[in-house]
Write a protein that binds this ligand. Structure first.
Ligand SMILES: *Cc1c(COP(=O)(O)O)cnc(C)c1O
Length: 384
């Protein structure tokens, strides 16, 4: 059976992998080398210089491509370097439409760096497809979306957006960090580019900063490899190895993240001190049907707002949590808690944050794979 036909759980372990050619090592060796001997100028075994390509990185790139049902993968030194490479497909006067509720670092890169180079960014809820279409003009080149969004957990209908981008000849890029390919495969839903902060669920162990892209269009892949090699924001061999090791348990971890998050979301929803819980699995949400249609589960991320929405209350709760570590980031085996207004989303102006529902009292949980009873007991003591 070809590896392309394998089911997801098998692909997580075998996708794009084969024993190493030199000694049959089952895990790809960490090829910690910058360069490769050439018997004669221009003659080599496929590798010349590690900015261009490295065997350990190539193994990770094949694994990511396989999980996303893509033909090509690229691994970068961070999620931001991966996004940076996508934006370098564009030039002055080009326009991008992005989801309004955006990862803070993406917002900073777009407004603080790429706007200086003449690329313009518009923002859309991407709920009303007519509103989205009305924002497109002759300069629009790319739609950039996150779903579920960070930290409000809004769901964007990838297939509906892709109909519009195809109609107008635009590229559609999806930041798939929160969902992971285990829950959602954007290329199958019509996207052109999938991006990951592999720092999060793909790596899964809070021990690397890595980014990735996956595409199936050959010309687009060539452009991105050219940018990757030219700008040089590549993933190193050690980090490639660690991310690959993480990927091998992605399916098992994601299953448990989803189970634990469901129990915690329901616990929070019934807690008298809590006002709102943001989790895509609640049936009363207007976007629940879309979540059910395009996702295999609802993920491990939850945001919630304690009654009163106060900054001070939120700070007290995050300080009181013991098993949930107060830290930036998400997607690791250990549970983390964050306060977006002062941490991950501090770089977004306050009026802009609040307009999107990101109030000062909002708390974000990255639910890990510990025992759910212990996690709930921790929340219970912190809330009471
Ligand atoms: C963390 C994150 C990024 C940035 O990735 P880094 O690996 O930290 O550079 C981008 N998008 C989302 C949704 C993220 O959570």
């Amino acid at each position: 059976m070809g590896k392309k036909e394998l089911k997801f759980n098998s692909k997580a372990i075998h996708g794009g992998q084969q024993p190493d050619v030199a000694y049959g090592a089952v895990m790809p060796p960490i090829y910690q080398t910058s360069t490769y001997a050439q018997p004669s100028p221009g003659k080599h075994k496929g590798y010349e210089y590690s900015r261009g390509a490295n065997p350990t990185r190539a193994a990770l790139e094949r694994a990511v491509a396989s999980l996303e049902n893509a033909d090509f993968g690229m691994a970068f030194s961070s999620g931001m370097a991966a996004i940076d490479a996508v934006m370098k497909l564009l030039g002055p006067n080009d326009e991008v439409i992005c989801t309004r509720d955006l990862y803070g670092g993406s917002y900073r890169l777009f407004k603080g760096v790429f706007e200086k180079f003449g690329i313009n960014f518009r923002f859309s809820e991407m709920v009303d497809m007519e509103e989205l279409a009305s924002q497109i003009n002759k300069n629009t080149k790319l739609v950039w979306l996150e779903t579920p969004t960070n930290p409000m957990m809004n769901i964007v209908d990838i297939e509906a957006v892709s109909k519009i981008t195809k109609e107008h000849g635009l590229l559609l890029a999806v930041d798939n960090t929160f969902a992971t390919p285990y829950l959602q495969q954007p290329l199958d839903l019509g996207a052109d580019i999938v991006m990951h902060s592999a720092t999060k669920y793909l790596g899964g162990h809070s021990d690397v900063i890595v980014g990735a892209l996956a595409v199936s269009d050959e010309q687009l892949a060539e452009q991105l490899y050219f940018i990757q090699k030219s700008s040089g924001g590549i993933c190193g061999p050690m980090d490639s190895f660690l991310t690959l090791r993480g990927i091998k348990t992605l399916h098992v971890r994601m299953q448990r993240h989803c189970e634990n998050a469901e129990l915690i979301a329901k616990y929070l929803e019934n807690h008298p001190k809590i006002d709102t819980v943001y989790w895509p699995g609640f049936e009363y949400r207007p976007d629940h049907e879309v979540a059910k249609k395009q996702m295999r589960g609802f993920g491990g991320m939850i945001s919630f707002v304690p009654k009163g929405e106060s900054y001070a209350d939120a700070i007290k709760i995050v300080e009181n949590l013991k098993l949930f570590t107060l830290a930036e980031s998400l997607g690791g085996v250990e549970s983390l808690v964050g306060h977006p207004a002062s941490m991950s989303h501090g770089s977004i102006p306050k009026e802009k944050r609040q307009k999107n529902g990101l109030v000062d009292g909002l708390i974000r949980l990255s639910v890990g794979i510990e025992d759910a009873d212990d996690l709930i007991a921790d929340l219970d003591q912190a809330l009471n």
